[in-house]
Ligand binder design. Structure first.
Ligand code: DGP
Length: 210
């Protein structure tokens, strides 16, 4: 019997919502239950394109806004062959940010239309599940200060939050909103339930496209 494909699972959310912690815990739990899983994150700062993005985020370089949008997207596209290979091998991918961050962050900048921002993401592998870790900005602020990177300020993050709300109206995407104000363990259990469901459903389907 051919090997069942893995699921493409994405975690999105505002800063400090706990995406990275939860991605790691989910991969660990899946592996322990005998389901092959690996974590990926976007931007992937290890590639040549990723290094350009990293320098931009660290404010070591400036890039024109459309250009950087296309670089973030290119960074996802360059990983597509690897993602497809892993999914075909039956490995579930747990991804820390994806195309939705791409659209939400750039469209939060003045003069950017949602449709223009979505265009370069069209055709990317479609996640079987996108979990949005919801945390109100006051709660997020209690979890620590923003760092020094570009985009790490409250006004911009609020606009990003609004853009995510807009994106979550797209019913062709399997969005689940997770209350990230719960304890790490409770959030994890919630995420695990949704993920197991998505993994079971994904097995008998082909990977879709955005
Ligand atoms: P992280 O490594 O998850 O902290 O993400 C780095 C920053 O980059 C964070 O502020 C979110 C932002 N970001 C992530 N993906 C994209 C994208 O595709 N486009 C834009 N403009 N920003 C992004």
């Amino acid at each position: 019997m051919a090997c069942k494909r893995g699921a493409l699972i994405v975690l999105e959310g505002v800063d400090k919502a706990g995406k990275t912690t939860q991605c790691k815990k989910l991969v660990q739990a899946l592996e322990m239950s005998g389901r092959p899983a690996e974590m990926m994150r976007f931007p992937d700062r290890t590639t040549t394109i990723g290094q350009l993005i990293s320098a931009y985020l660290e404010k070591k370089s400036n890039l024109e806004d459309h250009t950087v949008h296309l670089l973030f997207s290119a960074n996802r596209w360059e990983l597509v062959p690897l993602m497809k290979k892993k999914l075909e091998q039956g490995i579930t991918l747990v991804v820390d940010r994806y195309a939705f961050s791409g659209v939400a962050f750039t469209s939060a900048k003045p003069g950017f239309h949602l449709d223009w921002c979505k265009n370069p993401e069209v055709g990317l592998p479609k996640p079987d599940l996108v979990m949005f870790l919801q945390l109100n900005p006051l709660e997020a602020a209690k979890r620590g200060q923003f760092g020094e990177e570009r985009y790490e300020n409250s006004d911009f993050q609020k606009r990003v939050q609004t853009r995510f709300e807009e994106l979550r109206k797209d019913t062709t995407v399997n969005w689940k909103v997770i209350d990230a104000s719960q304890s790490v363990e409770d959030v994890h259990m919630n995420i695990q339930d949704h993920s197991l469901n998505a993994i079971n459903k994904a097995q008998d389907t082909n990977v879709g496209v955005l």
